[in-house]
Design a protein around this ligand. Structure first.
Ligand SMILES: [Zn+2]
Ligand SMILES: [Zn+2]
Ligand SMILES: [Zn+2]
Ligand SMILES: [Zn+2]
Length: 164
């Protein structure tokens, strides 16, 4: 989340813990907003239990995580939706509205950690594991062999492709 295009009221749209743009905003009863993932670190004990009482890291006001956390109000939501972000995967670089940014990122064709389905064996694997999967996928190998075998000194080479 780097490039911010368009206007934003900074105090409404950034997280007081990580100082980045709010990611999945959560608002405390004192009206301070934090990313969900930042807040989660604060409100759960190391054993993953919800704490009874936590202080807002910004104004030190006590709050009860079970009832004092809410979604952003309409005004703040509208402000957030004015923001457009540039997809962080270089080959993509699409400018995407804030409200669908996470969805885009997770499904982005250029996200090396997003899942893709092998058209040959129908198994899901991470983009970053494409080569590894091509090595393991019997159906893929069989198909590639049919299409374009390169025979060199009696060994068959199968050319790698970026996508299956
Ligand atoms: Zn944060
Ligand atoms: Zn506060
Ligand atoms: Zn993208
Ligand atoms: Zn496969």
């Amino acid at each position: 989340m780097n490039l911010v295009v368009g206007e934003l009221g900074k105090e409404n749209c950034s997280c007081s813990i990580c100082t980045n743009l709010l990611e999945d905003a959560n608002v405390l009863k004192c009206e301070h907003s934090f990313c969900k993932k930042c807040l989660d670190k604060l409100i759960y004990t190391p054993e993953k239990n919800l704490k009874k009482k936590v202080k807002c890291p910004f104004c030190r006001v006590d709050f009860d995580p079970s009832k004092d956390i809410k979604a952003p109000g309409l005004f703040q939501q509208n402000q957030l939706n004015l923001i457009k972000l540039k997809c962080e995967f270089e080959s993509c670089g699409k400018i995407v509205p804030y409200n669908i940014f996470e969805t885009h990122k997770n499904g982005c064709l250029f996200n090396p950690y997003s899942y893709t389905r092998c058209e040959h064996c129908k198994k899901d694997f991470k983009q970053i594991d494409t080569k590894k999967h091509q090595n393991d996928c019997i159906d893929y190998l069989r198909n590639a062999l049919k299409k374009s075998p390169i025979i060199k000194d009696g060994t068959i080479f199968i050319p790698y492709r970026n996508t299956l």
